[in-house]
Design a protein around this ligand. Structure first.
Ligand SMILES: Nc1ncnc2c1ncn2[C@@H]1O[C@H](COP(=O)(O)OP(=O)(O)OP(=O)(O)O)[C@@H](O)[C@H]1O
Ligand SMILES: [Mg+2]
Length: 246
C-alpha cells in the first residue's frame, strides 16, 4: 500500500548561519492532503518550506518524502523527485514573457515535455493564457501568482510547497487558488501551505499545524480547529490574543 505520510520532519534542526530557527521540529503531513502551517510572524513557517526544498541545510534530524529519506537532497534533486516550491512574494522573471517563464519552469523536464504540458497548465488559468506573450511584469499581482503556481504545476508535482499565496490577491482570486489546491490534493498531490488568511484557508485544508519558535505547538484537523472558540489565540500565539472563556 502507498505510504500514508507525504512529508515527515523528524527532529529537524535548521536555520541561518549559526542561528537555528527550527529546533528539533517534528511533524507529519498526510499524502494527498492540504496541511496548513500556522504561527505568528517569525515562527519559522517559511524556514520549514525552505529547509524542505533544500534551500537551507538540515543540521540534524531527517526529512522524509513518502517514507524515503531526502535529507540533504538539493533543490534540483527535489524537483526531479516531484517537489515544487512557490515561495513567498514575487518570483517571476519580470522582463521575460509569460510563455518564457513557463518554459523556464520546465527546465528540468526538457523542452519537448515542457511544450507538451504548457497547454494543460494554461487551461487552469484562462487569464494567464490570454496574456501568454505579455511581459510577466505587466500582469496584475493575481495573474502573476497564478503564473507562478502554473509554472510549478508544469512539474505535475507530488508535493507542492506554497508560501502565503494570498498576499496581494483579491478575495475572489484567493478563493480560486484555494479551490485549485483542493482539487490538486484530491487528485493525490500533497500540499503544504503557509497562509495568514487562516479562516478561509482552513475551510479548504485537511490538517493544520501551528508552529511557535520553531516547535510544533499544535496539530489538529482543519474542521476541528475551525470550530474551536480559541482559534485566534491558537494561531496568533499567546502574546497576540488572550484565550476566550469557554
Ligand atoms: N535569511 C535570513 N537570515 C537570517 N535570519 C532569517 C532569515 N530569514 C528568516 N530569518 C529569521 O528566521 C526566523 C523565522 O523566519 P521565517 O521567515 O521562517 O518566519 P515565518 O514564520 O515565515 O514568518 P512570517 O509570517 O513573517 O512570514 C525569524 O526570526 C527571521 O528573522
Ligand atoms: Mg514566512
Amino acid at each position: 500500500m502507498a505510504n500514508e505520510i507525504g512529508i515527515e520532519f523528524d527532529n529537524v534542526v535548521a536555520g541561518y548561519k549559526d542561528f537555528m530557527i527550527l529546533n528539533n521540529l517534528s511533524f507529519k503531513a498526510k499524502r494527498g492532503a492540504i496541511t496548513l502551517l500556522l504561527g505568528p510572524n517569525g515562527a519559522g513557517k517559511s524556514t520549514v518550506l525552505k529547509t524542505l526544498f533544500g534551500v537551507l541545510k538540515v543540521r540534524q534530524g531527517k526529512i522524509k518524502l513518502e517514507g524515503e529519506d531526502i535529507t540533504g537532497t538539493d533543490s534540483r534533486g527535489l524537483l526531479a523527485k516531484g517537489v515544487a516550491f512557490v515561495p513567498q512574494g514575487r518570483n517571476l522573471f519580470g522582463q521575460l514573457s509569460v510563455f518564457q517563464n513557463l518554459e523556464l519552469g520546465g527546465i528540468t523536464l526538457g523542452m519537448k515535455t515542457t511544450h507538451e504540458r504548457i497547454p494543460e497548465v494554461l487551461e487552469r488559468f484562462p487569464r494567464v493564457k490570454e496574456r501568454l506573450h505579455s511581459q510577466a511584469s505587466a500582469l496584475s499581482g493575481g495573474e502573476q501568482k497564478q503564473l507562478e503556481i502554473g509554472r510549478a504545476l508544469l512539474l505535475r508535482p507530488r508535493v507542492l510547497l506554497i508560501d502565503e499565496p494570498s498576499i496581494g490577491l483579491s478575495p475572489l482570486i484567493v478563493l480560486d487558488v484555494f479551490k485549485l489546491l483542493r482539487k490538486l490534493a484530491d487528485q493525490g498531490t500533497t500540499v503544504l501551505m503557509v497562509e495568514q488568511n487562516v479562516k478561509s484557508a482552513l475551510k479548504f485544508s485537511d490538517e493544520a499545524i501551528a508552529l511557535e519558535s520553531g516547535h510544533q505547538r499544535m496539530h489538529k484537523r482543519a474542521d476541528e480547529l475551525l470550530s474551536d472558540p480559541n482559534l485566534e489565540h491558537l494561531f496568533l500565539g499567546s502574546a497576540a490574543a488572550a484565550p476566550k472563556a469557554a
